[in-house]
Every structure is written in C-alpha cells, then in structure tokens.
Design a binder for this molecule. Structure first.
Ligand SMILES: *Cc1c(COP(=O)(O)O)cnc(C)c1O
Length: 406
C-alpha cells in the first residue's frame, strides 16, 4: 500500500501534475486580491507537509473508515451491464455519510484547519450540499461554522438550510447581486479577509485559487485509490477500460480519475450538464460553450460573454449548475486526455429512473448524468467501465416527482 491518500504525486504524469504556482498546463494559478494573499499563502506553504505526516494520515484514514464508512463498495451492476453489453461497476460514493463524496474533502480540510490552529470555519454553498458536508464536520470537531448562501438559494433549498442549522451552523444570507452562489462566494471571501488568523475557508470542489484545486483533488483521490485495489480483487486487474464521472466543479471526477491520469490506456470520461441543450442558452456545458478566463481565483474554462461577464448556468441538478470547471479539467480537455460529453436534463432524468428500476439504486441527478454518458460514448463489448456514483437521490426526490416520468 502507498503511504497515504493522495500523496502519490511521484507517479503522476508531468503533464497532469500541478506546478509550483498551481498550474496544470495553461490553467490554474491564484488570481486573488492582495488582501487574501497571506491566507492563501499560509495554506500553500503548509498543506503538503501537514498531509504527509503520519498523524494527519492516521486521523484522516480513521475518520474516512469509521465516520464516512469507507471504503465504499465497488458494485458490479449486473442488470445494467446486461443492458449495455459491458461490465459496469458503480463506485458507491452515494453510500458515504451525508449521501455524497463531498464529505471526503471536508473531513480532510477540517483536520488540516485544526493542525493550522484555526478555530472557525467558513464556507459558501449554492444548493447547500457542500454547506451540509461542512456543517457536519464542524459538529464532529466542535468548530464554529458559518455558511454563506445566496438569499434566493436559501429560499430554494430550504431542507438543506435547516439541516445546517440542526448541525449547529450559522447560515448567513448573501443579499447582494443576483443573491446566488457567486454572491455567497464574495461574502465568504470578505469574511476570510477580515479574520485571517483564526479562520479557515473550506472550498467544496477542485476550484478556487491554488492550492485548493490540488488539495481537494488529493482528498478525493481516495476514490480511485480504492477503485484500483477493488477492481484488482474483482477483475484481476487494477485498470478499467473507462472511468466515467459527472463534472460540476469537478471534485468527484478528479477523485475518480486521479490515479489514472498517467495510465493513458484508461479512458477518462467527464459528463457535464447540457441542461436544456447546449445551444438553448440554458446549459452548464462548460467545455462546449466556454472559453478561457478567470473564475473564483483561477484561470480555467468558463461560460462568459464576449466582454467577460459570467453567463448564468442552468442544470436540473443543483450540483452541476456551475459556470466553470476546475483547472485540472480544463487541462484534461485542452490536452485531449479527457472525453467530455454534455448530458441534457431529460436524458439524465431518464438514466436516473433507469438505474432505479434496474438496480434498486436511486442516484443523485448529478450522478445520473455520468450514467447517461454510457449512451454517448463508444466502447467494446465486455469493456470494464467504472461509473462514479457521486451521490444518492434522496435530496432530489422533489425533482424526480416533478419530472413524473417513472
Ligand atoms: C456537489 C455534487 C456534485 C458536483 O460537484 P463536483 O465537485 O463536480 O464533484 C456531483 N454529485 C453530487 C452528488 C454532488 O453533491
């Protein structure tokens, strides 16, 4: 076994490995206001050394095992496999505590925050999933937790707001601008600038200024680390032919791809949200519709107007409703290492219902995008395909009911 989760940078292709300044090829870096520089710099200088200590690894691994419930199963989906004519395995991140992969990252970051001597956690959230994962680990560690959320999102995502409150977090409405995620991010940044010494800011995906994208990817890399030995047990080889994951910011995909970046014979398929269609004006298909620019502190690909205004994204799944992708995915796209597909709302819903009926698993609508990609890519009969099932569908019940076609 390797020494620890996400520490195997030595094995990574230089093309994919992040450089000193946080760039994956042309994308990444840290484009931040000067006032934020000391906070980000403190993290950058310390995260690798802290993550490499045995003490950190013991605590991280211990909590992933006993609190999150890892390793999550790699489940051979026989009825789904029969239907598609391939050997399809589902990586069951839906069985993580709190119902999705996001907690892998928040556990890692809160241990790191504690080691850095922080007393207080702030986060921003759109749909509330990252807010809930953050509030959860703050309760676990007895840390003060403030979650910034757009006023409109607070109204739209009522159950998650109440979850955060039950867990002891304070939810602060962002009332400026469009009153959604972007404004919540601005408020959280402002709060961090004002409390640099005692506060850590937990970002929920592989986005934001360096070192966040790489740090979050390493925490999530436990997903592909497990896939490797689980597949070895089941198939006698640790490399599948194809790994498929959905991409909002891209953290579950980065985790599922991480230990395969350098294994060029493993195809990496990223499913973005096509919304109502990539040319409908209501989409979140970033690589199809986007161009290079700066979003949330890093250079990446985002959907923007000609004069650089961020275009409001649309997806039926809250977790994919984001106008950009993390810089590592922009790079995978740029160098042709990843295959990107855009899955429309209606097709994702159909794939979610299909999995429910074939396997008795109601997936998160985000994860259903990855499932539908099976219909959009080419593969050989009996190829081994791993689909990362990033979350469960309990949170999406209302959307399934409104959709109605089941
Ligand atoms: C948040 C979320 C996503 C999207 O986030 P990534 O950072 O792209 O992984 C995907 N699936 C589920 C279930 C989520 O909660």
């Amino acid at each position: 076994m390797s020494f620890g989760y996400g520490l195997s940078t030595i094995n990574l292709n230089n093309m994919i490995k992040v450089d000193e300044k946080g760039f994956y090829g042309k994308f990444g870096g840290a484009y931040i206001p000067e006032m934020l520089y000391p906070n980000v710099e403190e993290l950058r200088e310390n995260y690798e050394a802290i993550m490499a200590t045995q003490e950190f690894q013991d605590e991280f691994r211990g909590l992933l095992k006993d609190y999150v419930g890892r390793p999550t199963p790699l489940y051979f989906a026989s009825r789904l496999s029969e239907k598609y004519g391939a050997k399809i395995y589902l990586k069951r991140e839906d069985l993580c505590h709190t119902g999705a992969h996001k907690v892998n990252n928040t556990i890692g970051q809160i241990i790191l925050a504690k080691k850095l001597g922080k007393k207080r956690i702030i986060a921003e959230t759109g749909a509330g999933q990252h807010g809930v994962a953050t509030a959860t680990v703050c309760a676990l560690m007895g840390m003060e937790c403030t979650v910034y959320m757009g006023e409109i999102d607070i109204a739209r995502q009522h159950p998650n707001v109440e979850r955060m409150k039950i867990l002891g977090a304070e939810v602060v409405p962002a009332t400026s601008g469009s009153k959604t995620l972007k404004d919540a991010t601005n408020e959280a940044m402002r709060a961090w600038i004002n409390n640099p010494v005692d506060t850590h800011y937990i970002i929920g995906s592989v986005v934001g200024p360096h070192p966040y994208p790489e740090m979050v990817a390493r925490f999530q890399s436990v997903i592909s680390e497990e896939i490797k030995w689980q597949l070895k047990e089941k198939e006698g080889r640790d490399n599948p032919d194809i790994v498929i994951a959905c991409v909002g910011g891209g953290s579950n995909a980065a985790g599922a791809f991480y230990h395969y970046y350098n294994t060029l014979e493993v195809r990496l398929v990223a499913a973005e949200a096509g919304g109502l269609g990539i040319n409908s004006g209501k989409t979140a298909a970033t690589t199809a519709k986007g161009s290079p620019g700066i979003l949330h502190g890093s250079k990446t690909i985002l959907m923007q107007t000609e004069d650089g205004q961020v275009v409001e994204p649309h997806s039926i799944s809250a977790g994919l409703d984001y106008p950009g992708i993390g810089p590592v995915h922009a790079h995978l796209f740029d160098v042709g290492r990843g295959e990107f597909v855009a899955v429309e709302d209606k097709d994702a819903m159909a794939a979610g219902v299909e999995l429910s009926k074939l396997e008795g698993i109601i997936p998160a609508i985000e994860s259903a995008h990855a499932l539908y990609a099976l219909n959009m890519i080419e593969y050989q009969k009996d190829d081994v395909i791993v689909v990362n099932l990033s979350g469960r569908g309990d949170k999406d019940l209302e959307t399934y009911i409104k959709w109605g076609k089941y």
